[in-house]
Write a protein that binds this ligand. Structure first.
Ligand SMILES: [Zn+2]
Ligand SMILES: [Zn+2]
Length: 240
């Protein structure tokens, strides 16, 4: 599998908002500006077949309207575009779209993209296009549900935490994957994201079992000395 980092920043960071494109097929999160950034990095949004939304904060789904326009304006897709979201919240996709464009346009794009929306809950798995996708709930802000994902194809597997504090969900992802892309937002400790020090402790704990790749980073993270964590930049590719 190939993980291409479309964005590796947090909000207010220099880098684009955190987002990854797996095997030119699976987009993990669709943050502000993701479609334009994909094009700048030589990735074609038309190749997106599956979108995994970790949670409904703007820096994780605000490019959904532009994704729908990219994929649905020019004609009919034969295969489904599948958008996977946390349970009970997928109505936000249409809500957001229709703030900027008409309901008729949404319906046309739903039809043209053959859109299938799947809501998923903690511990549930999906089989899509030969991939096994498992949702693991993590703890982020108290008022929002956030999912991490474990994505597998054959022998290959990796984890993606979404925005999270230290919690059992993160440990589950680390225990079950050899590579995990993790929210490492801050240098200092705060309640809703992992800090660099917390991430380093987890990297130490899972050394030799799971390699941690940091994403969703504030700029100051890049000025720090890191020990066991891999820091990536927009456009970087990691092959598994
Ligand atoms: Zn968030
Ligand atoms: Zn975020």
């Amino acid at each position: 599998m190939k993980i291409k980092f479309i964005g590796t920043g947090s909000i207010r960071a220099d880098r684009f908002s955190a987002c990854a494109f797996v095997d030119d097929k699976i987009l993990i999160d669709a943050p502000n500006g993701a479609m334009k950034q994909m094009k700048r990095l030589g990735s074609n949004p038309e190749n997106i077949s599956i979108v995994l939304i970790t949670h409904f904060h703007g820096d994780h789904y605000f490019d959904i309207p532009f994704l729908m326009l990219e994929l649905g304006l020019t004609g009919q897709r034969s295969e489904h575009l599948t958008i996977v979201t946390p349970m009970g919240e997928s109505n936000k996709l249409k809500q957001l779209f229709t703030m900027g464009y008409s309901v008729e346009t949404w319906e046309k794009l739903v039809n043209n993209t053959n859109l299938e929306i799947i809501e998923i809950d903690d511990g549930e798995s999906l089989q899509l296009h030969g991939y096994d996708i498992k949702a693991i709930e993590v703890e982020h802000d108290d008022d929002i549900k956030c999912l991490g994902y474990i994505v597998s194809k054959g022998e290959k597997t990796f984890g993606y935490t979404g925005d999270t504090r230290e919690c059992s969900g993160v440990e589950t992802i680390l225990q079950n994957t050899p590579i995990t892309v993790m929210d490492v937002s801050f240098v200092q400790k705060i309640p809703s994201h992992l800090s660099l020090a917390e991430a380093e402790l987890l990297a130490e704990k899972y050394k030799g079992k799971c390699k941690i790749i940091a994403t969703h980073m504030f700029d100051e993270i890049r000025e720090q000395e890191v020990k066991n964590i891999k820091i990536v930049d927009d456009g970087d590719v990691v092959n598994i």
